[in-house]
Design a protein around this ligand. Structure first.
Ligand code: 0RA
Length: 648
């Protein structure tokens, strides 16, 4: 199969050494070899197609997940060049596919996505794939080359003629490298949707050949947006009530920095600012977001002062108050972005702050002058936010003072662990007093604490902040965990220095009510203790759904398949196939030993860590599941019914 010759030139060896390095230390190039790293491969290929779009040459990107979990990305860009590379004396296609960082060296006339977090080059994808095929349609001809673990297994072959332009990359991630090879449809779908809003006019199509409908058609989704960020904001606020009719839209360019912002105010209390640099999400914000916030505070303050709206206010209005109920997308394109922070998710270029601040400021000032009705509505909301914040501060201080008076006492309901080392301590938040009792008996008291929560906890999505401090369960969670909300420069931040447990485990019944309660607790963490979620401290316990028994033997089952196979195994060679199945309706039905064994014992339990892999989607889902609006909630539940643990 291999047509590789043995006459390695110096450059050949260099190229292979580069790719060897990628295989030796994949983490250095794609972050990790888990499911995140796996998807990183896809983004690497897609980024190249997006670069073609940014350069004005590509209007469509097709992504296909094949049945065998290989993946194809097809674009109608210019096609990877195939001519002879003078210096390396081989086809440019082979150079792009096998030389580290070669891809970007060909044309420098646009902002490259590859300036950012990704940008290790499509050759990295090649190095980490057991098989890859590159097909190029260019100048009337079709060219193909195949590779294994980054090494060509064929020369660049001309296989036919074409009237199209473009590149088709098919690859199989290498099982020697990756812990999992299964692409997640939802992850790919969410990012393609996001890319369609960030690149208006571009069509992105996802086909998943692993999923067929009744008529035998593959799962297909098409993403295309003409409205860009304005539509993005509307999508994010789908289940919220808008405060102004249309999002405020800002576009501008200064000193080679391109800016686009869309912002909308809604009647909720949450602030949601999503930011991007060269199409890459900057989860930790950075200088572009600082510039945006600065403009909001400055322009609204000025407008409010000048129009006498703040004359009666007796306390300081903080920056946060101007952003309550604000959903915004801030996207910039920067020629040479510097990424900072732990996960490189923060833009560092200092010049960007004032550029964004001025551009957004100019348009916002104009908007407020031209739209006094809308401006008044927003200012009224700001005043409400400031008043509520003042009330929340008082309520919080009262709770915290009370704690101080009672010697920082822990909640009476908490059965604490004996260890005082947060690194080894865990807390179980348990639904109901009765399950709490069982958990208390079953636990290892050395490192496991139990806090029972009563029934349905407060839905924080619908409550004002100061109200949440009246709630017993919520107060208990703050005190038991040892975290507090403090104000720094008028901004609320969660102080986690005194966090008492490194694992916070939500343990609810495996039924519909239980999952509702989990969602309420998660909503609380997401809105008021988000850093704990980001730090990966929040877990969900997975109690078994069934116990299948025969004589003295028994086995726990977590899903239908396990149950079916257990029943089959136990009934082997017997006429009587009613062997005994117990369905656990609630945690309370297990005795303490069973609960320990199945759900709490670190050696045998299953814990699911809660991540904000896609906080944008999480926010939308929380506001939808917990909000007022019924139709989207029903649609979501129906769409996801097959994933939910349906109570039987
Ligand atoms: C190098 C140079 C040019 C385009 C590309 C690579 C390219 C790479 C990929 C990967 C997936 N799709 C792609 N499309 C293009 C510039 C081509 C030119 O100057 O004609």
């Amino acid at each position: 199969m291999s047509t590789q010759n043995n006459d390695y030139s110096a450059s050949n060896i260099q190229a292979l050494e580069g790719l060897e390095a990628v295989r030796k230390r994949p983490g250095m190039y794609i972050g990790s070899t888990d499911i995140k790293g796996l998807h990183h491969l896809v983004w690497e290929v897609v980024d190249n197609s997006i670069d073609e779009h940014l350069a004005g040459h590509c209007t469509e990107i097709h992504m296909t997940i094949h049945e065998d979990n290989t993946l194809t990305v097809k674009d109608n860009g210019r096609g990877i060049p195939v001519g002879m590379h003078e210096k390396l004396q081989k086809s440019a296609l082979e150079v792009v596919m096998t030389v580290l960082h070669a891809g970007g060296k060909f044309d420098k006339d646009t902002y490259k996505v590859s300036g950012g977090l990704h940008g290790v080059g499509v050759s990295c994808v090649n190095a980490l794939s057991s098989y890859l095929k590159a097909e190029v349609h260019r100048e009337g001809k079709i060219y193909v080359q195949e590779y294994a673990q980054g090494k060509p297994t064929s020369s660049v072959e001309e296989i036919g003629t074409t009237t199209d332009n473009g590149t088709i990359i098919t690859f199989a991630p290498d099982s020697e490298i990756f812990e999992t090879l299964i692409f997640k449809q939802e992850t790919l779908s969410n990012r393609l949707r996001e890319l369609s809003y960030l690149n208006k006019g571009l069509t992105l199509i996802l086909v998943d050949e692993r999923e067929k409908d009744e008529e035998g058609n593959y799962f297909t989704e098409t993403f295309h947006s003409e409205g860009g960020l304005t539509e993005f904001v509307k999508f994010l606020d789908e289940s919220r009530q808008p405060l102004i009719e249309d999002p405020i839209h800002v576009t501008g360019k200064r000193d080679d920095v391109e800016i686009e912002v869309a912002m909308q105010y809604n009647t909720s209390y949450s602030e949601n600012i999503y930011s991007f640099v060269n199409n890459i999400s900057t989860r930790e914000g950075g200088t572009h977001v600082s510039g945006f916030k600065r403009a909001i505070t400055r322009e609204f303050s000025k407008y409010g002062e000048e129009n006498g709206y703040f004359s009666k206010v007796k306390f300081k209005i903080s920056g946060e108050d101007f952003r309550e109920g604000l959903t915004a997308v801030v996207a910039v394109k920067v020629p040479e972005p510097q990424f900072k922070g732990q996960t490189k998710g923060e833009l560092g270029n200092s010049e960007v702050t004032s550029i964004v601040s001025q551009e957004v400021g100019d348009i916002l000032k104009h908007y407020l002058e031209e739209n006094p009705k809308q401006a008044k509505r927003i200012i009224d909301k700001v005043l409400l936010a400031a008043t509520a914040r003042e009330a929340a501060r008082k309520a919080r201080e009262q709770v915290q003072r009370k704690n101080a008076l009672t010697g920082g006492g822990l909640p009476g309901k908490l059965s604490d662990c004996t260890s005082k080392d947060p690194e080894e301590s865990e807390i179980f938040l348990v639904e109901g007093d009765s399950a709490g009792g069982t958990a208390k008996q079953g636990r290892d008291r050395h490192f496991q604490a139990i806090l029972p929560l009563r029934g349905k906890i407060l839905n924080v999505e619908k409550a004002l902040e100061h109200k949440i401090y009246d709630n017993e369960e919520i107060k208990n969670m703050f005190t038991a965990l040892g975290v507090s909300i403090v104000e720094e420069d008028g901004e609320r931040v969660l102080n986690t220095e005194k966090l008492r447990y490194h694992k916070i485990v939500i343990m609810c019944d495996a039924d519909v009510d239980g999952s509702h309660i989990s969602t309420l607790i998660l909503t609380f963490f997401f809105r008021y203790m988000k850093p704990l979620v980001e730090m990966g401290k929040i877990y969900i316990a997975a109690p078994p759904l069934y116990q299948v028994k025969k004589g003295k033997k028994s086995v726990y089952c977590w899903n239908e398949e396990e149950r079916a196979s257990a029943v089959e195994q136990y009934s082997k060679g017997e006429n009587d196939t009613s062997v005994k199945i117990q369905r656990y309706k609630g945690l309370g039905e297990m005795n303490a030993d069973q609960l320990w064994e199945t759900t709490m014992d670190p050696d045998s339990r299953i814990l699911r860590r809660v991540t904000i892999e896609d906080s944008l989607e999480a926010d939308r889902v929380f506001s939808m599941l917990m909000g007022e609006d019924v139709p989207p909630r029903r649609a979501f539940i129906e769409r996801n019914a097959k994933y939910a643990n349906v109570d039987v």
